[in-house]
Design a protein around this ligand. Sequence first.
Ligand code: ZN
Length: 314
Amino acid sequence: MKTAGIHHITSFVGNPQENVDFYAGILGLRLVKKTVNYDAPEVYHFYFGNETGSPGTLMTFFPEDDMRRGKIGGGQVGITVFVIPTGSLDFWKERLTKFGIAHDEFKRFGETYIRFRDHSGLLLELTEREEGTPSTWSFGGVPADKAIKGFGGAVLFSVYPDQTSAILEELLGLERIGKDNGMIRFRAQGNIGQIIDLKVQRVDRGVAGAGTVHHIAWRAKDENEHEQFHKVLELNQLRPTAIIDRHYFNAIYFQEPGGILFEIATDLPGFTNDESMEHLGKKIMLPKWYESERQAIESHLTPVEVRVLKGDIE
Ligand code: ZN
């Protein structure tokens, strides 16, 4: 089996409105689902992505105001990489500057990367590539032709890089395509969220908390392939969870031996499962088993709005 690449990446962050302002307001992503953490419904779960929230574009968050800061380190996705259209890097540099976001420029495997942090300290990068279906979403100061297409990939920080490498190649079917400057590069089958860099050096274990990635999910094309992944995980004694219904996809979680929490998620049914395309992200959506508690759940959540930021209002 070969995954097409990243399905989604989920992180811990601080204030919910700050989170919406950063990813929708500044980065121009669409808030495609406003729901709650199914395992802790007093906490929001936001999904940002392209216009439909297609797999490979989904950046998701558990935002909590009083959450203590974590420490980025081994056993985590170290850097989340977004891909932008070729020729749009200057636009993005100017945009980050306009919003007072410090950024540095790096080269990796011959590509230019702009690295910056969100308000909670999460490490992010932007890079230009031809590959990846253009987003049609435009918001605030980000026109569709400059919009983030989705994930370019991710940089993994492992406690046992050799073992993480083996999981990527042998279990997820990624192809090892190069080594440069302390990174091994892998490529998955798809055209979005497909380039994974693994730091060759062992990284000391990080601490979970605001500003760190909780898990990375890989794509399974359908339920059949998902079940096959589950079998292979069990055979390899990776102790996967049961298959869990996450309403927008089915999920299996397991900890890979390098310490990173991996998930396998199905492409379907997707984010129009309970809202029409035009209404995505407007209402707080709850799974049916929480619907009877809606009032109590909503009363614990501070309302948030997707808004055009001051810097974009001329
Ligand atoms: Zn997930």
